[in-house]
Ligand binder design. Structure first.
Ligand SMILES: C[S@@+](CC[C@H](N)C(=O)[O-])C[C@H]1O[C@@H](n2cnc3c(N)ncnc32)[C@H](O)[C@@H]1O
Length: 274
């Protein structure tokens, strides 16, 4: 039988996002601590990766289900939860555009930090998140903001300039960082606009090594940057891409230490009351 490749899954299974997530744990935990997670809450962590926010949710006593499209990250999440003895933190494969395995009105809180924004069909994503949230529950998304001057928006902007244009009809994940688009998607899912709230927040990336070494981490393990380097190599532009990224990482680094890189990045925090 012909197996069709799901490019969305392939992008995230390509590298090893754990190698990036390891530099994001502190901010993930701080964010969760601000969400009012309580013992016994049913929490869905969508696009959970290897559990940067799912594990802290479970440590606070919630019953957590992490769902991610990448099988390697689901496995990594299971290993991390098992290593901490967090039996209340489960992981399974799934697609944020179609959560067919999950029943209506199941979760008190749906969290998706830089996760569901990468799924195709954003209107379906909003509809699915609303469907699985119980009335009175909340959805919290963290989304990178297009054209924002801070780290991740700039990495994605530089990377896309070296990558072939996406197929026709592709909706950029970055549109999840535009308030009017986000509101439109949740309104279409049946949520009144006044129940969609926005705030700017910051994630800090902390890496033990120089900014140039941190670029190497993205080049070797982060799907979107790996694709950009592959495309750049075909066009003889690898050095140019490396230089642009090194300049970016150096300019954004706030660590006074030579052996550390610390880079804050702004994101849009979306809170939807269902
Ligand atoms: C930037 S990572 C963030 C992971 C995690 N939330 C964190 O904060 O470390 C994006 C994640 O979204 C997942 N993802 C992408 N498309 C998805 C989809 N359609 N459904 C579910 N997860 C998806 C990727 O596999 C990846 O784990």
């Amino acid at each position: 039988m012909l197996q069709t490749v799901n490019p969305n899954r392939a992008l995230w299974e390509k590298g090893d996002f754990t190698r990036i997530a390891a530099t994001m744990r502190g901010s993930g935990e701080s964010l969760v601590n601000a969400l009012g997670v309580r013992r016994g809450m049913n929490v869905l962590d969508l696009g959970c990766g290897d559990g940067t926010t799912a594990l802290p949710e479970a440590r606070l006593g919630a019953d957590v289900l992490g769902v991610d499209i990448a099988s390697n990250l689901v496995e990594a999440g299971r290993r991390r939860a098992a290593a901490e003895g967090l039996s209340n933190c489960r992981f399974q494969e799934g697609d944020a555009s179609n959560l067919e395995d999950l029943a209506d009105q199941t979760f008190d809180l749906v969290v998706s930090i830089f996760g569901a924004m990468f799924a195709p069909r954003p209107f379906d994503v909003a509809k699915e998140m609303v469907r699985v949230t119980r009335p009175g529950g909340r959805i919290v998304m963290g989304n990178w903001i297009p054209n924002d001057p801070t780290l991740v928006a700039q990495i994605l902007k530089i990377s896309s300039a070296f990558t072939p244009p996406p197929p026709e009809g592709f909706v950029s994940p970055m549109t999840w960082g535009v308030e009017t688009s986000v509101t439109e998607r949740f309104v279409a899912a049946g949520v009144p606009a006044q129940k969609v709230a926005f705030a700017r927040d910051t994630f800090v990336f902390n890496f033990r090594g120089t900014p140039a070494e941190y670029v190497g981490r993205f080049r070797d393990y982060y799907g979107p940057t790996m694709n950009a380097f592959e495309a750049a190599q075909k066009n003889g532009r690898t050095a140019e891409l490396q230089r642009q990224l090194e300049e970016l990482f150096q300019a954004k680094n706030t660590s006074p230490r030579k052996d550390m890189t610390s880079i804050p990045a702004t994101f849009l925090r979306v809170t939807v009351t269902v």
